[in-house]
Write a protein that binds this ligand. Sequence first.
Ligand SMILES: *Cc1c(COP(=O)(O)O)cnc(C)c1O
Length: 431
Amino acid sequence: MLHSNLGINEQGHLTVGGVDAVSLAERYGTPLYVLDEDVIRAKCRTYVYAMQECFGAEATPLYASKALCFKGIYPIVASEGLAVDVVSPGEIYTALAAGFPAEQMFFHGSNKTDADIRYGIESGVGIFVVDNLNELAALDRIAGELGCRQPVMLRLTVGLDPHTLAAITTGKVDSQFGVPIDTGQAEEFVLAALKCEHVRIDGFHSHVGSQVFESDSFMKQIEILIRFAADMRAKYHYTATAINIGGGFAVRYVESDPEIDIAARIAEISVHLRDACEEYNYPLPVIYMEPGRSIVADAGVTLYTTGGVKEVNGYRNYITIDGGMADNPRFALYGAKYTVLNASRISEPAEYECTVAGRACESGDRIAEDVKIARPERGDVIAVLSTGAYNYSMASNYNRLPRPATVIVSGGQDRLAVRRESFEDLIRNEL
Ligand SMILES: *Cc1c(COP(=O)(O)O)cnc(C)c1O
């Protein structure tokens, strides 16, 4: 099995965190997002322990909310000692509604409106990660109006290509996120921020991309950031006390993806950090990381009911499912790969080659192409693995499909965390 929380029971059914997937599908309906809380907690602990050990006691992982945002995630990450990254007022609102403390929030986003900025400050968000000069000026003005001095980090681009999918690369000089170091604009950004009366710079942020397998880019990134920080210190007597190196550790979607040892990666990065601090004679900063995908992806399984097989003679076999791009647009967006199982027949040989087609009226509505599973009958439960990240958070109502429910499993028990949308929900705001 791709993940160690998955198993097989006596009925030949897939189990997730010890709970029968077929029984979950029967009790809660499909499509159904299933999340294993114990897996999420284990990932949180890996980050907290490794970061504190390697970077020092103040180092903190921030859970990147955009990977999976709903009220139920916040008490879990909070109790494991994580802060959070939020990218919109909607995410702030959700986290606040779940009782997450505003001062533990880092507010991202490449185009925060004046209303967003005001909402963030009035909510008491701890740190704004400022994307650009326009935002800096607006933040300084609005913080002034509200009579406060807002702590910020400045988002910089370090000019690295981490060789991931183009749609989720963010660290290259040519990027819509942050301000590049290479062009000299980052220096102007720092100077401008130092002049702002209502802004206090705590440090620098950079995020190179997502689903990054290479360790190289993280090492180079930290070196570039420390060199830049040392340069700012020499020129302007400003010492950044915190560095946020973003998220992006890759997860395994299919067997052929390499497994990333998060603790070992963090240890490697910390060696480069210490070397760089020594080389540039720079005091060791507080380090933040922002993992999203690597906290929640493995914990998620989506369950569907299949309508059966459709064999187009001489071409390919399709199996149809009662969800698809509306609940998981990642194949349609960037050809993402997934591991698919027939949860109803997990002990039968997985020899039936097929393409998993969603129910929306689009040829692009697929979840996986040319995968092998046990040949399904109409009514079998199909499981798609590693769907904890960027599935529910990217879901839509395309074709007027209600968004699925989310069930959390933990310690062999299950509980409903997000109700399935109803037809009334679909028309709720329509006059
Ligand atoms: C998306 C994003 C993250 C999280 O990335 P993952 O690949 O999910 O770990 C962290 N920081 C920023 C700024 C992001 O945009």
